[in-house]
Design a protein around this ligand. Structure first.
Ligand SMILES: Cc1cc2nc3c(=O)[nH]c(=O)nc-3n(C[C@H](O)[C@H](O)[C@H](O)COP(=O)(O)OP(=O)(O)OC[C@H]3O[C@@H](n4cnc5c(N)ncnc54)[C@H](O)[C@@H]3O)c2cc1C
Length: 393
């Protein structure tokens, strides 16, 4: 206990001294991309935290972490949030593929890749979905054929988020086409800088273009960059999905979680559009909806906090599906509430809309994807039914 208090005191003073003003409060959190230039304070914060091992606080020191125990990790998060320090580094390196390599990688793979993830020396994309393989992921057809010391990759992935500025991509590939579909898959790490990898952006309904098609045309992967054994990709890839879902749910303790990057401003918006001069929302159904939304949000936050505090390893198993789904549904409920409060103004688009209106309609459209990304709502319900509740097929 005394040790923990000493840890808190040291942590507090180190953070106070080392977190630059420009890395506090809402703002950009780096993914480690080599092609995105960072504000000086954001860059400095990432570097200092990486040096301290606090971009991945619970990982072993040998791989760029700080080996914090669970209680120490909780203290670090509390102290980061107390001063509004932003998460220093996020993305699929620290949150998805890093923890997966930690669990399934060989010593050589850990030594090669984990420090890369911990420093944010390159951003990672996720090459799972294909035009014919989304929920039914095991039907994927991107091929990897062994050629001496390499695999040669051919095929296409779709919905690869952030691919235009990623440096690496972890890809589920078919290594044994003659085996049953779940048994012939492997997970490989691909350098996106090579000529055999091409990326084309996809335009979304919200106007943004955050994801892409990624094509592999004789792309090369050294055999030592196949993670978890040949044809074992279904097991490895499913575990990675648990890390992804836990991250969506706020319960993955690989990366350090600083302050929020986006404020939850549902109450503020509802009041702006429906409150009288005393600040009271007069319309009874809207008031009831807002109260229910805030209760659900609080319950969700407490569930996330409890899940993190109880975690023995870096991510829970199948329960990540439940927390991910309830988080997404709650966020979408907040969007619907804001839209109802704004009325017709909440659906403005183009030049007639002011910034707040446009932001809100874009957010509403974008956040519809939260019950698709990382596995759809129906797929999560199937997992909860089978794996958490033990219901029959
Ligand atoms: C914002 C966003 C980011 C994404 N980023 C990535 C990424 O970086 N990398 C990547 O690989 N993929 C990414 N995806 C893709 C995502 O994983 C897939 O969209 C998702 O798995 C669903 O696959 P699909 O789109 O092919 O839909 P389908 O699988 O075709 O599903 C269509 C509908 O059928 C339902 N359905 C399908 N099977 C069942 C079933 N067995 N039981 C009940 N209902 C079912 C689904 O729930 C859905 O409603 C992203 C998606 C989004 C929205």
């Amino acid at each position: 206990m005394a040790d923990l208090e000493a840890f808190r005191t040291e942590t507090r003073s180190w953070l106070e001294e080392n977190c630059p003003p420009g890395a506090r409060g809402p703002g950009y959190v780096p993914l480690g991309s080599r092609t995105i230039e960072l504000e000086p304070d954001t860059r400095l914060w990432q570097e200092r935290m990486a040096e301290k091992g606090w971009t991945v606080p619970t990982w072993p020191k040998a791989y760029g972490g700080a080996e914090l125990e669970r209680e120490e990790y909780n203290i670090l998060v509390q102290e980061l949030q107390k001063i509004g320090a932003r998460t220093p580094l996020t993305g699929r390196g620290v949150n998805y593929i890093g923890p997966t390599i930690l669990e399934f990688g060989t010593e050589e793979q850990k030594a090669k890749w984990l420090p890369v993830c911990a420093r944010g020396d390159g951003a990672w994309a996720m090459g799972y979905s294909e035009p014919g393989a989304g929920s039914d992921l095991a039907s994927l057809s991107t091929r990897a054929v062994r050629d001496g010391d390499n695999y040669v990759i051919n095929g296409s992935k779709i919905w690869t988020s952030d691919a235009t500025y990623c440096d690496y991509i972890f890809v589920l590939v078919r290594t044994s086409p003659d085996k049953p579909k779940h048994e012939g898959i492997s997970l490989v790490l691909v350098d996106m800088g090579q000529p055999g990898v091409q990326v084309s952006p996809i335009q979304l309904i919200s106007g943004a273009s955050p994801f892409c098609e990624t094509h592999f045309d004789n792309a090369i992967v050294p055999v030592e960059d196949l993670i978890g054994g040949v044809d074992n990709g279904w097991t490895v890839g499913k575990r990675l999905l648990q890390f992804e879902r836990s991250t969506h749910a706020g319960i993955n303790i690989s990366g350090s979680q600083g302050g929020r990057t986006v404020e939850n401003n549902v109450r503020e918006l509802v009041q702006t559009y429906t409150a009288d001069e005393t600040g009271r929302v007069q319309d009874h159904p809207t008031r009831k909806w807002l109260t229910q939304f805030e209760m659900n949000t609080r319950a969700q936050q407490l569930t996330q906090k409890r899940a993190v505090e109880e975690l023995q390893s870096r991510a829970p198993g199948f329960t990540s599906s439940a927390v991910k789904l309830s988080n997404a549904l709650n966020i979408q409920d907040g969007d619907e509430l804001v839209l109802a409060a704004m009325g017709a103004q909440g659906l403005r688009w183009g030049e007639s809309a002011d910034k707040a209106e446009l932001d809100s309609v874009k957010k509403w459209l974008y956040q519809k994807s939260l019950t698709i990304a990382g596995g759809t709502k129906e797929v999560q319900l199937n997992i909860i039914a089978k794996r958490v509740l033990g219901l029959p097929d």
